[in-house]
Ligand binder design. Structure first.
Ligand code: AMP
Length: 285
């Protein structure tokens, strides 16, 4: 496995592989790997001849007062895990190469980024789509693998790729969970033991929603009020949003007649966590 720190070197590398007719799979990450990241890498391994994993804690997707400085980082451990998972190249560009002082361009996906996390993190998705667009033009992957854990991010990236005619296949991978249901996240590291226990209310609330849905409930108001009451019963939890939206437009809906995502964000102590499940009437036929 090779670690590449410079954009130019990464481009030279990708051009050479493509010249030899090889396909590249890319897994963009912010590092501090957990098994969710590794499941994306395994999929990348299956898809492409060559697997590139980028590690870049992207400053432009963090808002003021968010955890950019504190975001967990452990390059040595990440390199070891990536190598064991069969990664060919780790790409870790420096911030000042990605965003030199005269940097001026951003990619903004307008509609699907407005709702959900876009409400409390208004500049977040612009930062994400900009950096992912840059990574695509540097690495030139045929496949790029993303987790459904960040559902809105995945929808925004699919939209960007379609709108800008970027020639890459976007592959979404299911949420990887701890045995007790907590969705894996690099930010789980921030949780104290009490908060870790409290965080389970999120998965519990989603499972209750699924149960109601399977029993035939289709009114979002009814499902959301149960979900919120489960989370509110947990003292350490503070809801940012709980919503049921169309999977493609991410607009709120009132009655579930199509495939929807129940997405939520909540603070557990100081740590903001997100999670989601799909509610699809055609799964119940
Ligand atoms: P991050 O390093 O948090 O930016 O995540 C990098 C990629 O891993 C993104 O595509 C995430 O959606 C994905 N990811 C993060 N957590 C999980 C998880 N628990 N299961 C599956 N994919 C995940």
């Amino acid at each position: 496995m090779q670690t590449i720190n410079s954009i130019k070197e990464m481009q030279t590398f990708s051009n050479r592989e493509m010249g030899e007719g090889k396909t590249i799979a890319l897994v963009p990450t912010m590092g501090f790997f957990h098994p969710g990241h590794l499941s994306l890498m395994e999929e990348g391994r299956r898809r492409g001849d060559f697997l590139v994993v980028s590690i870049f804690v992207n400053p432009t997707q963090f808002g003021a007062g968010e955890d950019y400085e504190d975001y967990p980082r452990d390059m040595e451990r990440d390199q070891k895990l990536a190598e064991e998972t069969g990664v060919d190249v780790i790409f870790t560009p420096p911030v000042d190469e990605m965003y030199p002082s005269d940097y001026q361009t951003c990619v903004n996906v307008e509609e699907v980024t407005r709702n959900l996390c876009g409400i409390s993190r208004p500049a977040h998705f612009r930062g994400v789509t900009t950096v992912v667009c840059k990574l695509f033009s540097i690495v030139k992957p045929s496949f790029a693998i993303f987790g459904e854990k960040d559902f809105q991010q995945l929808v925004a990236i699919r939209q960007m790729v379609s709108d800008l005619n970027i020639d890459v296949k976007i592959v979404g991978m299911p949420i990887y969970r701890e045995e007790d249901g907590l969705a894996l996240s690099s930010r789980n590291k921030y949780l104290t033991p009490d908060e870790r226990k409290a965080a389970l209310c999120l998965f519990r609330s989603l499972m209750r929603a699924k149960e109601l849905f399977r029993q035939g409930e289709r009114k979002t108001e009814e499902i959301l009020s149960e979900v919120m009451s489960i989370i509110k019963a947990e003292q350490l939890a503070e809801i940012d949003y709980v919503k049921i939206c169309d999977v493609k437009t991410l607009k709120d809906i009132e009655q579930i007649n199509q495939e929807t995502v129940l997405a939520l964000a909540a603070k557990i102590g100081k740590t903001r966590l997100i999670d989601n499940i799909i509610l699809n009437p055609s799964d119940c036929i």
